[in-house]
Each structure stands twice: as C-alpha cells, then as structure tokens.
Design a protein around this ligand. Structure first.
Ligand code: URQ
Ligand code: ZN
Ligand code: ZN
Length: 479
C-alpha cells in the first residue's frame, strides 16, 4: 500500500515546511519536495493544505459501563468518529470495579477495543488495592505495554481512590517507570455537597456544578501533586477545568516538579450557563465532571495552554443519550456523567486557537498530538510527520468551514456540546496506518484495522538509582 500526499505544507510541532509525504506499508518513508509517485501509488492532492500528525486524544471512554448504564459509543464508532475529525489514536481507560481482578478487566477492554478502526492504547485505573493489584501493575508494565495508571479521586462509593490507594499505586508506578494520572476532585466533599444541595430541594441538573465547585478540584489537584512530589513520581492531571487546579500545576512546575496538565476542548469553550437551561434534556446533556465552569476559568485555561503549563488537549469522550441522562430526571446525582467531542476536538481548537492567534500551527500540533505522544512515550512513532513514523496523518484544509451538529456528526450520541458552532479549518483527509480512512466528508474505515499501541515504561526509578549507586560506588575506605 503506497500513498503520496502531494503539494501540502507539513506542520510538525517543531517546524513548518513545504513538502510531499510518501507512505509505504503503514509507515512514512520520505518527506521532501517534489517526490515522485511510485507506480500504483494512491495520490492525495494537498495543495493549499496543511499535512499534520494525526491527532492523539489521550482521554476517551468508549463502551464504558458507568453509573448503571454503558456509554452509547463503542470502539468501532468512536474511533471512526475520531478519524472524521482528524484524530488517529485514542488512549482509553481500563476501569476495574473495586475488587475486580485488574488483569481480567484489562483483557475485557482489550477485547472490546478489537473492533477499532484506528490505533488505541489504555491507561489502567487503580480503583482498589491489595497484593494482586500490585502484581498486576508489574505485569501490565512489563508484559502489556501499559505505562500510565489512572486514579479517580472522585466517585465515592464507586471507583474513588483514597489516599492509601494513591500512595500504594504511585509508589509502585514509580518503581516500574510508569506515570500516574488523576481525576482530581475531592470525592468526599462532592458527596457531602450533593447531599446538602439535594436536601435543599435542588434536584435538577443545576445542582451538578453546585456540588463540584472549583475549590473541590483545586484541593484534589494539589493533594495529588504533593503526594507525587513526596514520592518522586511524575504526575498527569486529566481534564484540568479551573484556575485553582491550574495554579497547583503551575506552582509545581515552577518548582521543577514533573507535573503535566490536560485540558478538554469542552472546558475551553463551554461555560456553566448551560446548566441553567430550563430544558432538562439540554442541561443534563452537559453534565460531566468536572463541570463546565464560568468564563473566567476558560481564559485561565487558554493561558495555561499558551504558556505551556497545560500540555495536551483531550475530550473525555463519554457519551450518554437523552434516555440515559434521564436516569437522573428527579435527582441530578443519577445523571450519568459524560459528554462527547472526539470528532470535533481538533477543528474547534484550530478555529478558536489558531484562528484567533492564541496558538501557532506548531503549538496546535503539539497540544493535539505531539505532546501526548511524548508524555506517554510513543514519540516519534506517533506525533510526527517524519520518516519512520507511523503513517497517521491529517490533511487539514484551512479554508473549509462547517457547522457542528448532532444531526451531521458521526458520533453515536444524540447531542453535541458544540451544537451550531461554525468553524473554519477542518480535516479534508485522515490517514491511518497509511490508508485514507476519511476523505471529503466520507468515512472509508475498516472494522478491526486499528492496532493496540504498546507504550514502554520510562527509565525505572530503581534501576536508575542502582546505576547511579554503581557509578558512585565508594572505593575502599579512603584514609
Ligand atoms: O470522570 C471521567 O473522566 C469519566 C467517568 C467520564 N465522565 C465525566 O464526567 N468526566
Ligand atoms: Zn474524569
Ligand atoms: Zn474520563
């Protein structure tokens, strides 16, 4: 299978250059001007367009069993919708129930993901602790290409990790050379506030953001950062939604601590007025955690992205249709938490980021692809248009515009948080493993073509210590 992308301008995180891109057998083999198309090659005309690394969404939940139901998007439809928006790899989550064997859960999610049309990988959530969990973490790192472990500090009574779990898991991850990630909300506070708000007679979706104020996220982000600091393990804070959490990340980074921050496209562009919509279905459709915040938080998040204090963008794609959201009709605590976005992340970020001058094209590539590849240790296989890299590429038409709607999106959900938003700049072609999977509005995907992406551990901390100790080994006692 040979593909030549001709006439475009290649945009990587570090440079922009007019060049053609030749792909063979799923890999990029040549990047340069005036390349000839080998006989039989498929040619994509990228004249006047940008040729960028395929997007990596480091935070999705396809087919997730959660809050008494299962998300409406599965790995087939979800990776196809991602491709329609220029995203060619997702990092999803294995989320064992408390007391569920971790390896059993991992195998279950691997089976679910086999139908994917593009590449995928998994963070594994640590939701409980005993010796078997520790042993499974060792096996997942050494034998299954997992280098990141997730911890939900929210969701008391379900998947919440308390400090004991955090300390045990963070310590083990460090020993294994893995990175820890957190959903940072204080689950005890949320539980208490939910009770107080419901008892005060606020039962509708407007109660959701009231029970999860920014301080609840700021406390948990800082607590996770401090625990990681004491233990010496790298930390990645998912869906940073407010100034308080961002400030905790900035302080740590300014003190040289290895902390990374992720921001959702939704949290950058949607504000909390949505929860005051009198229509239950509309307000409930926006229920996710952390909730959408007031506009002042959005400006802080954009500054976090522009300053490099937030490194990645994601969607937390976790879809529930109206009939599922209605499970919380009379009690907002029962509304399944989650919203969609995997198809629209890149175009809304291009329009509101590059289109406004907040981000350069190179920074856009960094925050939609390259930084995630580097943080989760799959760069330059992913996150670069360069010889040797996987041929995961998006051809981006800066002049094409579209209006986003649930009526036309490929996502298997009946609501779109960006409904009615007109964007300028979107994918004209998406290439996955060297094959065109999306072209001018039409998906050309193959069920099961996606591959699981192994993510190797970083240098193991103890191996590094041992090497250091050997290097500094004291000679015979010097008199
Ligand atoms: O918390 C998460 O990241 C999952 C359960 C998706 N739901 C959400 O509201 N963010
Ligand atoms: Zn979360
Ligand atoms: Zn999530």
């Amino acid at each position: 299978m040979t593909l030549l992308i001709k006439g475009g301008t290649v945009v990587n995180a570090d440079q922009t250059v007019r060049a053609d891109v030749l792909c063979q057998d799923g890999r990029i083999v040549q990047v340069g001007p005036d390349l000839e198309a080998p006989s039989g090659a498929e040619v994509v005309d990228a004249d006047g367009q940008f040729v960028m690394p395929g997007g990596i969404d480091p935070h999705t939940h396809m087919q997730l069993p959660f809050m008494g139901t299962v998300t409406s998007e599965d790995f087939y439809s979800g990776t196809a919708a991602a491709a329609a928006g220029g995203t060619t790899m997702i990092i999803d989550f294995v989320i064992p129930d408390p007391q569920q064997n971790v390896m059993e859960a991992y195998r279950q999610w691997r089976e679910w993901a086999e139908k994917s049309v593009a590449d995928y990988s998994f963070h594994v959530a640590i939701t409980w602790w005993d010796d078997t969990v520790e042993a499974d973490m060792v096996s997942l790192v050494k034998d299954h290409g997992v280098n990141s472990f997730k911890h939900f500090m929210a969701y008391k009574g379900a998947i919440m990790a308390d400090d004991e779990i955090l300390v045990n898991s963070f310590s083990t991850a460090l020993r294994l050379g893995a990175i820890c990630t957190v959903h940072a909300e204080n689950g005890e506070l949320v539980y208490r506030l939910q009770q107080q708000i419901f008892d005060a007679g606020i039962t509708g979706p407007e109660g959701h953001p009231l029970s999860r104020p920014p301080q609840v996220e700021g406390e948990a982000a800082n607590r996770a950062i401090r625990i990681a600091e004491v233990l010496g393990v790298p930390l990645y804070v998912v869906h940073t939604s407010c100034r308080q959490a961002l400030e905790a990340i900035v302080r740590a980074r300014n003190e040289g601590q290895r902390v990374f921050g992720e921001v959702l496209a939704g949290h950058l562009l949607v504000d909390d007025s949505v929860y005051r919509d009198p229509d239950f279905d509309t307000a409930a459709a926006y229920v996710m955690s952390p909730p959408f915040r007031s506009k002042d938080h959005q400006e802080a998040l954009w500054h976090g992205l522009q300053s490099g204090n937030l490194q990645t963008t994601a969607t937390d794609h976790c879809c529930f249709c109206a009939d599922q959201k209605a499970m919380g009709k009379n009690d907002f605590r029962g509304i399944p938490n989650g919203t969609a976005g995997v198809e629209n992340r890149m175009e809304v970020l291009w329009h509101h980021g590059v289109g406004t001058g907040r981000l350069t094209m190179n920074e856009f590539v960094a925050v939609t692809s390259t930084n995630a590849a580097q943080i989760f240790n799959v760069y330059p296989r992913k996150g670069a248009v360069a010889p040797g890299a996987d041929a995961d590429i998006v051809v981006w038409d800066p002049d094409a515009s579209k209006t986003i709607s649930a009526k036309t999106h490929h996502q298997q959900v009946d609501f779109n948080i960006f409904e009615g938003m007109t964007v300028k700049g979107c994918a004209s072609h998406t290439v996955s493993a060297g094959k065109v999977v999306y072209r001018d509005g039409q998906l050309q995907v193959e069920r099961g073509a996606g591959q699981y992406v192994d993510r190797p551990p970083f240098a193991s901390f103890y191996e590094a210590l041992k090497a250091q100790a050997a290097h500094n080994k004291p000679t015979a006692v010097e008199r």
